[in-house]
Design a protein around this ligand. Structure first.
Ligand SMILES: NC(=O)C1=CN([C@@H]2O[C@H](COP(=O)(O)OP(=O)(O)OC[C@H]3O[C@@H](n4cnc5c(N)ncnc54)[C@H](O)[C@@H]3O)[C@@H](O)[C@H]2O)C=CC1
Ligand SMILES: CC(C)CC(=O)C(=O)O
Length: 406
């Protein structure tokens, strides 16, 4: 029973929930070419990237393949370079070939980008620039980051059991606007001859409106509570954000809206995370708060994400980075990427059964006690990334029902 409750974080609460469906007519949907249900063959672009990216993508690809095979789905995988790996091979972090493959696919699954080697590169030659460019080019403005505490991992959380237990929240992060993209930006020199760097936090009404609509629709399918996080006591962009979100709330009388300043939200997430259901926030606050939320669940290696736009393929990726400190050591936790693959099936391809098969397998693997180092606790079985992948595959194959728990 507990297991099925856990799964609510990843799936629509009602089977008919079409908000994310590629066949949906809602304002945010994936509109890649839709094969008929009988055809069920999809093109997936895989972008392993850097650091632990290839390790976790390798596991997620195998899991996708097996779950797909068992549910009658065929894939054509196209693996392309991005980030530092692309820089080293081609001289640019986001080659045209990668971008066009991504745009022409039904969904994109990404590992992570970045690493020490490229940290001092000029901005246009940084791996991270590729990821920002990809998100912008795919126009995936809504980034869904579910953070729930699996009962099996309560003791892996750094918070007290009473605080962490039962947390189930969703961060809806605006992904293609704000300070990560705002202009003007750059470096200049002031009248004292001192260099300065500057960025612009900027949001137009339509950018706020579309993410607000997305968040209200998500909240209404969850527990009906939406907390909009901003810094409206200081920033003009946040004042507009709060005004627009409040205006749009009139269209969702069934959703209880609250507003919170981001500094307080950061504190409340640790003090009492169970007060949150759905959080909607801008690009930078969402980036930071979701990393913070991940630690409530035990590890940043547990959190998947789905990035969706009004049309075209969705982008699915773990929220973590390339973890260069553990790259190549078979220590990475692949759950976040495997769960991102489940989100890809559900929200990118409308393949609910295969998505559920994967989520059930994750729970089953946890129930059997397998853990990577980041979520290890006494009494559980410490394994590497590869072995964890093999255990997940066994569980995918045996197709445990979602209600199965220890
Ligand atoms: N979406 C992306 O591709 C992102 C890329 N980055 C890039 O990644 C590089 C490293 O950034 P950091 O700030 O260190 O963040 P990070 O998320 O890569 O790592 C932070 C800490 O979490 C651990 N960690 C992360 N993922 C893990 C996993 N799956 N299993 C076990 N432990 C895991 C790491 O070992 C590290 O101690 C940088 O170049 C950064 O720009 C950072 C965040 C997102
Ligand atoms: C471009 C990324 C490295 C920024 C980031 O941390 C994220 O969006 O997850």
């Amino acid at each position: 029973m507990a297991a099925s409750l856990q799964l609510l974080q990843f799936k629509p609460l009602k089977p008919s929930f079409s908000f994310f469906s590629r066949r949906s007519v809602s304002p945010i949907c994936s509109a890649a070419p839709t094969p008929s249900k009988s055809q069920r063959s999809y093109t997936i672009t895989l972008l392993p990237g850097d650091g632990i990216g290839p390790e976790v993508i390798s596991v997620a690809k195998d899991v996708l393949l097996l779950a797909g095979h068992l549910e009658g789905i065929k894939y054509e995988f196209r693996e392309r370079l991005i980030g530092g790996a692309a820089l080293d091979a081609t001289g640019v972090p986001l080659p045209d070939e990668t971008l066009s493959a991504a745009k022409q696919s039904d969904a994109v699954l990404l590992g992570a980008v970045g690493g020490y080697k490229w940290d001092n590169n000029d901005k246009h030659l940084k791996p991270e620039t590729a990821l920002l460019g990809l998100r912008q080019e795919l126009k995936v403005f809504a980034n869904l980051r579910p953070a729930s505490v699996f009962p099996q991992l309560v003791d892996a959380s750094t918070l007290k059991r009473a605080v962490a237990e039962g947390v189930d929240l969703m961060v809806v992060r605006e992904l293609t606007g704000g300070i990560y993209f705002g202009k003007p930006r750059g470096f200049d020199t002031n009248e004292d001859g001192e260099e300065f760097g500057f960025n612009t936090e900027i949001y137009a009404e339509h950018e706020i409106d579309r993410i607000a609509h997305a968040a209200f629709k998500i909240a209404r399918k969850r527990r009906g509570k939406l907390c909009s996080v901003d810094k409206a006591n200081v920033l003009e962009a946040s004042i507009l954000w709060r005004r627009r979100v409040s205006a749009i709330a009139q269209e969702y009388p069934d959703v209880e809206l609250s507003h919170m300043y981001v500094d307080n939200a950061a504190m409340q997430l640790i003090r009492n995370p169970k007060q949150f259901d759905t959080i909607v926030t801008n690009n930078i606050f969402g980036d930071i708060l979701s990393d913070e939320a991940s630690m409530i669940t035990g590890s940043i290696g547990m959190l998947p994400s789905a990035s969706l736009g009004a049309s075209g393929p969705g982008l699915f990726e773990p929220i973590h980075g390339s973890a260069p400190d553990i790259a190549g050591q078979d220590k990475a936790n692949p759950f976040a990427t495997v769960l991102s693959a489940a989100m890809l099936l559900r929200y990118g391809l409308d393949e609910e059964k295969a998505a559920q098969r994967i989520e059930n397998a994750v729970l089953d693997t946890l129930n059997k006690g397998f853990r990577t180092g980041d979520i290890y606790s006494t009494g559980t079985k410490l394994v590497g990334c590869k072995q964890l992948g093999e255990e997940i595959m066994k569980s995918v194959e045996s197709n445990v029902p979602s209600g199965a728990t220890v």
